[in-house]
Write a new protein. Structure first.
Length: 257
């Protein structure tokens, strides 16, 4: 277990995490994003009648792309997924990639479901924790994945620096299924978020959702692997609205398109 100062969290931090966990579960159920064990076992495949079917089509494409990308490395990988939720993506990676996969989340209820549903996958384990204070070995992962989870971290700098702490030399962070906003659009996006959570009866949820800009990553060695705004992808039938981003530890910063 790491003895990094990152592992020191205040009582206020722990209290905030507990409040977020309780709110998050209530919200997920309200949004019909809390799935049965059978549904989780089948994800990202889901019945076309499900209210989030189109969202899962996008996640399925991202998952297949990530598996293809990592498979090209042709070596055993130690992978961490941050904010794994019910564990479906971690399970897909563990079944498809040579190596070990760890799914991490602060949410006890979804982690318990992940452990229950995917208990037979020998190269997969789940832990409760926060990447900013994780009980993990330094320099131990080849790949750290953030899939639709960065919006729950207030500071991109803090979370990426924390991830670097646990990456091996030249390891990679991968960000998928995550919205990045133009700076001029952030205020309007925040208001839409407030309106949405108000409409669900959870106005306090807006305090835990953060709107990040691609420019916030400029000082990191970012590589854009998929740009939804490019003319080529705009013409693609199965296009995604999400950037696919790689950040290599010890890499050189690049200019974003």
């Amino acid at each position: 277990m790491s003895n990094s100062p990152l592992n020191s969290r205040s009582d206020a931090d722990n209290s905030s995490a507990a409040a977020f966990e309780k709110l998050y579960i209530q919200l997920r159920k309200k949004e019909q994003r809390f799935y049965t064990d059978d549904e989780v076992r089948s994800l990202p495949q889901i019945t076309p009648s499900h209210p989030h079917y189109k969202e899962w089509l996008l996640r399925s494409r991202s998952c297949k792309w990530l598996i293809r990308y990592l498979g090209k490395k042709r070596k055993s990988l130690h992978i961490l997924e941050v904010g794994c939720g019910n564990g479906w993506l971690s399970a897909q990676l563990a079944k498809s990639i040579s190596g070990q996969v760890v799914g991490m989340d602060i949410n006890k209820e979804e982690l318990a479901q992940a452990e229950r549903v995917f208990s037979t996958i020998s190269n997969l384990k789940f832990i409760q924790g926060d990447i900013r204070s994780a009980p993990l070995e330094h320099d131990s992962f080849d790949i750290i994945v953030f899939a639709a989870s960065l919006q729950y971290f207030s500071s991109l700098d803090e979370v990426i620096q924390s991830a670097f702490h646990y990456l091996k030399a030249h390891g990679e962070i991968h960000i998928i299924d995550t919205v990045f906003y133009r700076a001029s659009h952030v205020a309007a996006a925040r208001q839409r978020t407030k309106d949405y959570y108000n409409s669900l009866g959870f106005p306090e949820a807006a305090d835990y959702y953060f709107h990040h800009c691609l420019e916030d990553l400029d000082h990191f060695p970012v590589k854009i692997l998929y740009n939804p705004a490019s003319w080529l992808h705009k013409l693609t039938k199965n296009k995604s609205p999400f950037f696919r981003i790689s950040i290599k530890k010890d890499g050189k910063a690049q200019s974003n398109p």
